[in-house]
Design a protein around this ligand. Structure first.
Ligand code: RVP
Length: 502
């Protein structure tokens, strides 16, 4: 006879926190969100501690080098997606590790042949008005000039006019040497010459970086940033259970600080084999997360297999249709609570603490606080980060509103068959994810700051000044479906709805 769980499985929206006593020390400014990323022994420090409990999902539509840099600046970590060639993934990792704060790789590049019409289309797509004119149109081609919105007048010029005729040519640009110029030297030149942007070129006049005046304050205030001993941003990378013998060394060579096996279902021998191989060949110092699991048994299996953290969640992701297609999964809150209980039991028995990551299904900011209160050490988010400027996908305008594209790794668009692999044919046999749009939300920094200020505020309501205290002190209650309705605004007509009917 099959096993039947005695309780239904629940998700975050069915819970609330009941406030506890807050002392006068319990103010948001005193709250620490530091959290361990990888396992450690009782009394010792983990090899990596994050400053905020957020990581970005191992997905094509979420975690590239741009996202990784933006998130590390705020104190979290991105896991660069593994559903690309080993060389491309390693190159993304290397770009994060080689990134010099304040030095930006040009993302809007044209050639002298690009027409004004094409320039306007590019401006619409990237939102960036400063464009590098390079010989071959690449970000690192020979720099021939710059085009900004001050170089063209739409009312007087034809859309066919080519950049070469109105750009500011290289001879008239103020530029600096990419090898020898430090950020503070670049900022001094920007101030002295009253520039908005300083291009940095190498000896062959190839463009390497741009330094922008508008980034000046940003460059000065990154107190929370997550950096390694060499002052480089910390970055993670996704791997799979097929090509790890080649992928892992390439990622480590590129400088990846932590790896994570990306799989929709991690309670499998393939994960054990992968973890063993990596630890035997590259040493215990190479940190590898594993998952995903949804119960105590799955956690115990991965803990004993050598996972450095364990990821929880099957079927709860916003773009995920695994539950519909395969009928497997578990309500994310119940899964998380079960796994965290087992983590604490494992810690008591062995003195080894293995952090737990709650992956997917976090819809509202308060869900993050609930997940942390239920025991998650950190959270993996896809949809949340996909909405920001820094995600790798296109920003599109539909009926006057901006959206970003967001697709699942199990969709036909990503075709990440390794994530769903159970051995056998190397292909995605059926879709487990959808291709979608999410409302565009602006910059990562602004959004993460707002989200975390809500988390800190709720923690204060629970009398907790750090995440361990939150776990100890939190009082959680399941809510009935009727009281869920009571939780939003109700029995009133919202003014904006009323006005739109007029
Ligand atoms: P969400 O944050 O709710 O968008 O969920 C993101 C998570 O969804 C990922 O970290 C991953 O675990 C899962 N995912 C990614 N692709 C797919 C799919 O195509 N089914 N699911």
């Amino acid at each position: 006879m099959a096993y039947f769980y005695p309780e239904p499985s629940h998700t975050f929206g069915e819970y609330l926190l009941v406030p506890g006593y807050s002392s006068d020390k319990c103010i948001p400014a005193n709250v620490s969100l530091k959290t361990p990323l990888v396992k450690f022994k009782k009394g010792e420090e983990p090899k990596i501690t994050m400053n905020i409990p957020m990581v970005s999902a191992i997905m094509q539509a979420v975690s590239n080098d741009t996202m990784a840099i933006a998130l590390a600046k705020e104190g979290g970590i991105s896991f660069i997606y593994g559903s690309q060639s080993i060389e491309e993934e390693a190159a993304m990792v290397a770009r994060v590790k080689n990134y010099k704060s304040g030095f930006v790789t040009s993302d809007s590049n044209i050639t002298p042949e690009t027409t004004l019409g094409e320039i306007l289309a590019l401006l619409e797509k990237t939102g960036h008005s400063t464009m590098a004119v390079t010989e071959d149109g690449t970000p690192t081609g020979k720099l021939l000039g710059i085009v900004t919105s001050r170089d063209y007048r739409l009312s007087r010029m034809s859309l066919d006019e080519k950049a070469g005729s109105f750009m500011t040519p290289f001879e008239k640009l103020v530029y600096a040497d990419a090898e020898t110029t430090t950020l503070s030297m670049a900022n001094d030149i920007i101030w002295d010459k009253k520039l908005n942007m300083l291009p940095l070129v190498d000896k062959e006049q190839r463009l390497r970086y741009m330094v922008f005046r508008k980034d000046y304050t940003d460059n000065k205030e990154n107190g929370n940033e997550l950096i390694d001993e060499g002052k480089r941003y910390v970055v993670g990378a996704g791997i799979n259970t097929r090509d790890y013998a080649d992928r892992v060394p390439a990622l480590l060579k590129a400088g990846a600080d932590v790896l994570c096996i990306d799989s929709s279902e991690g309670f499998s021998e393939w994960q054990r084999i992968t973890l063993r191989y990596i630890h035997e060949h590259f040493g215990e110092d190479v940190k590898v997360g594993a998952g995903n699991v949804v119960d105590a048994e799955g956690f115990r299996f991965l803990a004993e297999a050598g996972a450095d953290f364990v990821k929880v969640g099957i079927g709860g992701g916003s773009i995920c249709i695994t539950r519909e297609t395969k009928g497997i999964g578990r309500g994310q809150a119940t899964a998380l609570i079960d796994v965290c209980r087992e983590r604490d039991k494992y810690f008591e028995e062995t003195g080894i603490y293995i952090p737990v990551c709650s992956d997917g299904g976090l819809v509202h900011d308060y869900h993050m606080t609930l997940a942390l209160a239920m025991g998650a050490d950190f959270l993996m988010l896809g949809r949340y980060f996909s909405r920001f400027d820094e995600s790798p996908t296109d920003k599109v305008k539909i009926n006057g509103t901006y959206y970003k594209e967001y697709w699942g790794e199990g969709s036909n668009r990503a075709r990440n068959w390794q994530r769903y692999d159970l051995g056998g044919a190397k292909k995605l046999s059926f879709e487990e994810g959808v291709d979608s749009y999410v409302p565009y939300a602006g910059s990562l920094k602004d959004n993460v700051n707002i989200t975390l200020s809500k988390v800190r505020s709720t923690m204060c309501n629970c009398g907790a000044l750090n995440l361990a205290e939150l776990r100890d002190k939190a009082k959680l209650t399941l809510v009935s479906s009727t009281s869920i309705v009571e939780g939003g605004s109700h029995d009133v007509i919202l003014r904006n709805k009323f006005n739109s009917r007029e």
